[in-house]
Ligand binder design. Structure first.
Ligand SMILES: [Zn+2]
Length: 280
């Protein structure tokens, strides 16, 4: 499942390929699940709009769309197209002659002779329109942004939380975009046992965790950026960049710091990997 760094990488990759292009036409699949906004409304709204920019907001990819001159007045309202990749969703930028992959749910034909395709085998991904009224705010996902939240706000998020710090990190209503991989890696980096109760962690340890979360996410974004072309170009066959995991999925292997075996438990319903010696 794509987490914050992958979503950021996809958003940046798509932005560099489609920014400034106009939407000529739209094709949508007959499936219901991917469309949070109805198919008919989406098919009606998108053609004729120009893609001003594409960026990440939480784990959503946001397309800022503006009216084309003489086509649609944009003074009163702005439209955003929101993509959530879910478990298996992908956004591909392909020439029209490349055959559409199985499980293609949306095809947006662009003025630059490319197609933007949304492909999703398991159909947990979602497409939606978001209308921004004049002076209104753009789409905001739930939860706070881990890369820009202040240290004080980060510490405050976990105050009085009577659940494990791992579960708290995974709670998208608190902090968005941190999934299983980066939660495990951040806790290892901060030397905090995933089972610790969030509300009982000292301020110093939470500050250390905040630093670790930011470092891990930034590192992943940086490394992920280089592999963008693998999954937004052409057939998009390759998967996401794999972070050089220190604990995630390394059960039984020696800890890279102390040499003791990495352990795995199930916490908050998720496989959780940690070093019992380094993380207290
Ligand atoms: Zn260790």
């Amino acid at each position: 499942m794509p987490e914050l760094p992958e979503v950021e990488t996809v958003a940046n990759g798509v932005n560099s390929r489609v920014r400034g292009q106009s939407i000529a036409s739209v094709w949508l699949s007959r499936y219901k699940e991917p469309f949070k906004t109805s198919r008919s409304e989406m098919a009606e709204a998108l053609p004729g709009l120009r893609i001003k920019r594409v960026y990440r907001e939480g784990k959503h990819i946001v397309f800022d769309l503006v009216g084309e001159k003489g086509r649609k007045a944009c003074a009163e309202e702005q439209t955003q197209w929101i993509v959530h990749l879910g478990m298996t969703g992908r956004l591909l930028v392909s020439p029209p002659e490349v055959p559409r992959p199985d499980h293609t749910h949306a095809v947006i034909s662009l003025s630059g002779d490319r197609e933007l395709r949304f492909v999703d085998a398991r159909r947990f991904g979602r497409l939606a329109l978001h209308r921004v009224l004049p002076g209104g705010e753009g789409f905001r996902g739930p939860g706070r942004e881990p890369l820009s939240i202040s240290s004080e706000d980060f510490v405050a998020l976990f105050r009085n939380r009577n659940l494990s710090i791992k579960a708290a990190l995974l709670n998208q209503k608190l902090l968005h975009g941190v999934g299983n991989i980066y939660a495990d890696e951040s806790l290892f980096r901060a030397r905090i046992r995933p089972t610790r109760i969030a509300g009982r962690l000292s301020r110093a340890r939470l500050l250390r965790l905040h630093t670790a979360v930011k470092e891990i996410l930034r590192m992943a974004i940086q490394l992920g950026g280089s592999s963008v072309s693998d999954y937004v170009d052409a057939d998009g066959a390759a998967g996401f960049f794999q972070l050089e995991h220190k604990v995630y999925m390394r059960t039984g292997e020696p800890c890279l710091v102390c040499g003791k075996p990495i352990q795995r438990i199930v916490l908050a319903g998720r496989g959780t990997h940690f070093c019992a010696h380094c993380q207290r």
